[in-house]
Write a protein that binds this ligand. Structure first.
Ligand code: ADP
Length: 341
């Protein structure tokens, strides 16, 4: 009986202990579960935050890559711009030097014939000159006057070209007659130099009538023949034209060939620029302002053609230029004016 009672009491106690333990365990485990749950929630939020931050970082990195590319591009542009500025500066300096050289050369070109005119005029005042001497001095005065007029005409032409005021007047012109005229004009000078002078007209009279600016063709040919004579001391000068077809357009290709001093390879492009002479040391000996070829180039281009030279030092030069072979009047070509005769 005692044993049974004791066992029952003990069992009740143990049960109470177990209940307490269960409660404490429940309270412990119950709280931890809540904590775990909270921690898990926090972790999920933190993870989402991290993912978001990561996305942001990637976006930022992509933006930085684009910004970097932009900077590299801007840098390249700046370097290009800097290189262009260096070139522009060099051009400005060269143009400045050319202008100074041009002024010096121009004052020489104007002063020399002016001195000629004044000098011979004062000699002519002397009473004891023979008629022959007087004629000789008057001729020299005329030559000086012509030389001065030529230089002034060149200056006027180049300023008109530079300011875009040079007009083109297309009208019926006989190319063969121009060749004849230039030949007759320069023949006496060629005879004086004891040089041979030839011309070539490739078209019969009827087909040689085209629509072009006669004065400009005349100026170009005169400049080229004058140079051929100026830069040759012996041999032959031949000039004229051939009919050619270029990219399905028919052109007249003019040429002026001499057996003169020739032009160094590295100067063959520069001579078409204003104020440039192929050999600066030669310029006093062979008078000229370095304008003739740049005027000729501008005229050829206004007429829709091109100009170039083929030359070998010591052997001679051939200057070529083309103009369109226009048999019919052209209605409108940019700033070109069409005149009827
Ligand atoms: P310039 O008044 O000096 O003759 P141009 O513009 O007509 O001016 O010619 C420029 C330069 O080209 C000349 O100074 C000369 O050095 C060179 N040149 C032109 N034509 C010839 C030629 N037929 N033979 C050799 N050099 C030439």
């Amino acid at each position: 009986m005692d044993i049974q009672k004791k066992t029952r009491d003990e069992l009740i106690k143990e049960l109470q202990k177990l209940r307490q333990k269960y409660n404490s365990l429940k309270s412990i485990y119950g709280k931890d579960t809540v904590r775990h749950h909270q921690a898990a929630q926090e972790l999920i939020i933190a993870n989402k935050e991290l993912v978001f931050q990561n996305d942001e970082k990637e976006k930022r990195a992509a933006e930085l890559i684009i910004a970097n590319k932009e900077l590299v591009f801007q840098n390249d542009e700046k370097e290009k711009r800097a290189a262009e500025l260096v070139i522009a500066k060099e051009h400005a300096e060269q143009s400045d030097r050319l202008k100074s050289a041009f002024l010096a050369n121009m004052s020489h070109e104007i002063r020399t014939p002016m001195n000629g005119v004044l000098g011979f005029a004062s000699i002519l005042k002397e009473a004891d000159l023979s008629g022959e001497e007087q004629q000789e001095y008057i001729k020299l005065m005329e030559q000086s006057g012509v030389r001065m007029l030529n230089i002034i005409n060149d200056i006027v032409d180049i300023s008109k070209i530079e300011s875009g005021l040079m007009d083109v007047h297309l009208k019926e012109s006989n190319i063969n007659k121009q060749i004849d005229y230039i030949y007759t004009f320069f023949k006496p000078e060629m005879d004086r130099k004891r040089m041979q002078f030839f011309f070539k007209k490739s078209l019969p009279a009827k087909e040689a009538i085209i629509h072009t600016d006669r004065e400009k063709i005349y100026t170009i040919l005169t400049n080229l023949v004058k140079n051929a004579i100026k830069y040759s001391d012996e041999g032959t000068i031949e000039f004229g034209y051939n009919l050619k077809t270029e990219n399905q357009t028919t052109v007249l290709e003019f040429f002026v060939r001499d057996t003169g001093i020739g032009i160094p390879k590295n100067r063959q492009e520069a001579i078409f620029e204003r104020f440039i002479q192929s050999d600066i040391t030669d310029k006093i000996a062979r008078q000229g302002a370095g304008l003739g070829l740049s005027i000729s180039k501008a005229f050829v281009e206004l007429l829709g053609g091109k100009i170039w030279v083929s030359s070998e030092e010591g052997k001679g030069s051939t200057f070529y230029f083309t103009i369109p072979y226009l048999r019919q009047p052209v209605k409108s070509v940019n700033s070109i004016t069409i005149l009827s005769e």
